[in-house]
Design a protein around this ligand. Sequence first.
Ligand code: ABC
Ligand code: CA
Length: 472
Amino acid sequence: ASTDDWRRRSIYQLVTDRFATSNDSSPTCDTDDRVYCGGTWQGIVNKLDYIQGMGFDAIWISPIVANVEGSTGDGESYHGYWTADQNSLNSHFGTADDLVALSSALHARGMYLMVDVVVNHMGGTSVPPDYSTLAPFNSESKFHPFCWITDYSNQTNVEHCWLGDNSVPLVDVNTEDDSVVDFFNSWIAGIVSNYSVDGIRIDTVKHVRQDFWSGFAEASAVYTVGEIFDGDVNYVSPYTKVLGGVLDYPTWYQLTSAFESTSGSLSNLVSTVQQAQSSYANGEFTAGSFLENQDNPRFQSITTDQGLVKNAMSWPFIQDGIPILYYGQEQGYTGGGDPANREALWLSGYVTQEKPLLQLVTSLNAARKAAIAANSNYLSTALTFPSVEGSTLAVLKYPMLALLTNGGSSSTPSWSVSGTGYDANEALIDVLTCTTYTADGSGGVSITGSAGEPVIILPTIAFNQTYCQSLS
Ligand code: ABC
Ligand code: CA
């Protein structure tokens, strides 16, 4: 599927090993052990109702190819980022038929499959690594000479030296070598066609020369979203010219710091978003917007104030890009940094009732879908900030008006917003509570909220009321 096809989508990101088992069993899974816990592609198929029930219409799964086997000083390769053989699948997660069955099951529901892929490196188990264990590049000449990345301000160092550590060096592929480039271009085309993949998430993008990526993206012929783990818009933007989109790390930094406490800066979030809107090649429209992922402490390991949590969680669904929710957030998971943030989801029982954050996510997906349906230009309407005042923020992307606050759960926020585009006295609804409001004589909105929670306004006419009836 193309970049344009993905713009309206909403993505559920999962770590295959930790999402669901084939037979619905619930094996113990202590994240500190860093071992395979038993999740599979078949397990995902069994739980698609759970994902689709929240309104997601795409999933992003962790890497699929064969990895370093057995235990290392950094544990087992349950996450999938330590490739051993580019041309085989990771048998812990199932067979090729299972992966095809997953993509078929998704497509039968009108959902998309995004696969995580790693080009930059392969997984070693010693320094120097035993190159003969790697496939298909099994000689030193296909890799950059060993050196650790030591200087992130030196782009050559970032691209040619190695990530990882002495237990698991991430053996850096020589992506300047033409035969390596040719291999990867046909490899990605093969993955996309063999498993009917709709989009790819690309790992460690900033560790490979920028001009490698346009050919790779073209060869994939699908939407490509790249990971450039960096907070600086100026550093990230150039990559938006060579890929379908980027994971919006610059906004993520400001989103986290804006809502992690009641003293966070909303204006820093606003200015970073505006900078990204004007410097990314497609504005923020094709960027992946997220609050959590497998590399960073979960938001609720920083604060459990539910007012702050709900505001931060709302962000990816109300902004210009493609929302991504990292599995487990809907269940209120609180794991800290890697590996604690990779909890097994089966330990939650996949409960959907009386789960306020799961309900929030469901409402946010419903609101976004309704806004897309109501305004044929919604997906190309850049959000604006009609009001930024101390601890409150209004985000307008007509017909959606998101009223956010970082006042925390003991605050009673209020917003007064003009220039909304609503008609005089138009009937409005807060999608999260189904409370109704009326615009004033000039279309303005004045609302007092409660418990520091966000309010997500749509014209009542744009929102399917049966959704509200199903809430109670
Ligand atoms: C394992 C253990 C960890 C242990 C580590 C040494 O080894 O589990 O507990 O600490 C995979 C696994 C990990 C594993 C690693 C290494 O491999 O998932 O569990 O960690 O073996 C991607 C993936 C990630 C994956 C890999 C490797 C890459 O999302 O899941 O990890 O395939 C860098 C890379 C980035 C990478 C990330 C983990 O490391 O660029 O691609 N993620 C700075 C650097 C960034 C760097 C980041 C984190 O630190 O600039 O390049 O990311 O180390 C801001 C700046 C940023 C700065 C931050 C900290 O501050 O703007 O630039 O980021 O202000
Ligand atoms: Ca590299």
